[in-house]
Write a new protein. Structure first.
Length: 86
């Protein structure tokens, strides 16, 4: 069952997506929202071509840092290693 989203709700979801919130966090704030609704909003704000969208991936190191699993100095060290290997 989909919930009806108001303009204010969509605006809040867009802001959450832009700051890196995941579907789970959005679902907690808006009980009843579906994964498809979140993906539709995500698609609306991402105007890239399908080819570009396939190339764009989340950085796993940055994700670990945002979750608190890496400290900033560990993130920098991992970046240096990544650059040395490429």
């Amino acid at each position: 069952m989909k919930i009806t989203l108001s303009k204010e709700m969509k605006k809040t979801i867009v802001a959450m997506l832009e700051t890196g919130s995941n579907n789970g966090r959005i679902s907690l704030k808006f009980p009843g929202i579906t994964r498809e609704q979140i993906q539709d909003i995500r698609d609306e704000i991402n105007a890239g071509t399908p080819e570009t969208k396939r190339k764009l991936k989340r950085d796993p190191l940055l994700g670990l840092y945002r979750q608190g699993d890496l400290q900033i100095y560990e993130l920098y060290a991992a970046e240096y290693i990544r650059k040395a290997l490429s």
